[in-house]
Design a protein around this ligand. Structure first.
Ligand code: ADP
Ligand code: ADP
Length: 237
């Protein structure tokens, strides 16, 4: 479970990206963050994985305060956070299998270096998860041979294989066409629920938030202006 309390982020430029943000992600809940461009959605996700440093406030994941972790502790804790990005963040020149395994083990600079660090069970699990996300049989293809939708599926497989405590997802579909976006969102939320992994997802298309998430947090100018179910959002609109 993730609990965010009174989170504030002021960038060095003076931009107040978040102020007084409090919210939770429970159990295997899929929570989406929506709001206009510049509302602070991406900053919120980046504060949780500490790609950006929060200015003040608290972020607790399964009892662990994230805002005060040292660099070393952070590296360990990030293994517990599955991250899925808009631009996929895969290593283009490596194969699908290599990319998927790199999430679980951390990329070690060369395939030979990390080949020694996983066992048959890791590989077996990777085959299974690739099948489930719909790219079975593509294990040995290089990522730069794949379509956008296939790349995002590989990104999701990599994150799931980490067995994370939470999935942090930043605009997973904004580089995809509408039909592929629906397929990817459906697959992502289905697997997360099956695996009991809570999801915090920053999503551009309100339609996808309404269709596939349990709760929606609306941000405007860095503040929470809505926190409720898709049905409640529909009533308000
Ligand atoms: P969203 O994801 O909702 O579009 P962002 O979190 O990207 O919003 O941005 C929130 C605010 O913070 C905006 O005013 C944006 O200009 C500002 N901002 C984002 N990243 C930076 C940065 N690295 N440096 C300075 N200001 C930033
Ligand atoms: P800031 O704290 O102002 O965002 P950073 O140096 O932390 O500055 O990051 C600059 C940009 O690079 C950020 O917008 C962040 O999204 C991106 N970034 C940094 N590290 C990573 C990473 N490991 N994976 C993906 N994006 C990253």
């Amino acid at each position: 479970m993730l609990t965010i309390t009174d989170l504030e982020k002021v960038y060095p430029t003076g931009d107040k990206a978040l102020q007084g943000v409090s919210m939770e992600v429970d159990g295997n809940e899929v929570v989406s963050i929506i709001g206009p461009s510049g509302a602070g959605k991406s900053t919120l996700i980046k504060c949780v994985n500490r790609l950006t440093e929060p200015t003040s406030g608290s972020i607790v994941l399964d009892g662990e305060e994230l805002t005060t972790l040292s660099k070393k502790e952070l590296r360990k804790t990030r293994r517990d956070m599955g991250m899925i990005f808009q631009e996929f963040n895969l290593i283009e020149r490596l194969t699908v299998m290599e990319n998927v395994l790199s999430g679980r083990l951390g990329y070690m600079g060369s395939w030979d270096a990390f080949r020694r660090n996983f066992d048959d069970e890791d590989v077996q699990n990777a085959y299974e998860i690739l099948d489930r996300v719909g790219v079975g049989g593509m294990e040995n293809k290089r990522v730069d041979e794949l379509s956008g939708g296939q790349r995002q599926r590989v990104g999701i497989a990599r994150a799931i294989l980490q067995r994370p405590k939470i999935l942090l997802v930043d605009e997973p579909t904004s580089a995809l066409d509408p039909e592929t976006s629906f397929e990817v969102m459906e697959m992502l939320t289905e697997i997360a629920r099956e695996e009991d992994i809570p999801v915090l997802i920053n999503i551009h298309e309100v339609e996808l938030a309404l269709d596939y998430t349990d709760r929606i947090v609306g941000l405007t100018d860095g503040e929470v202006v809505f926190n409720g179910t898709p049905a409640e959002l529909d009533e308000n609109a």
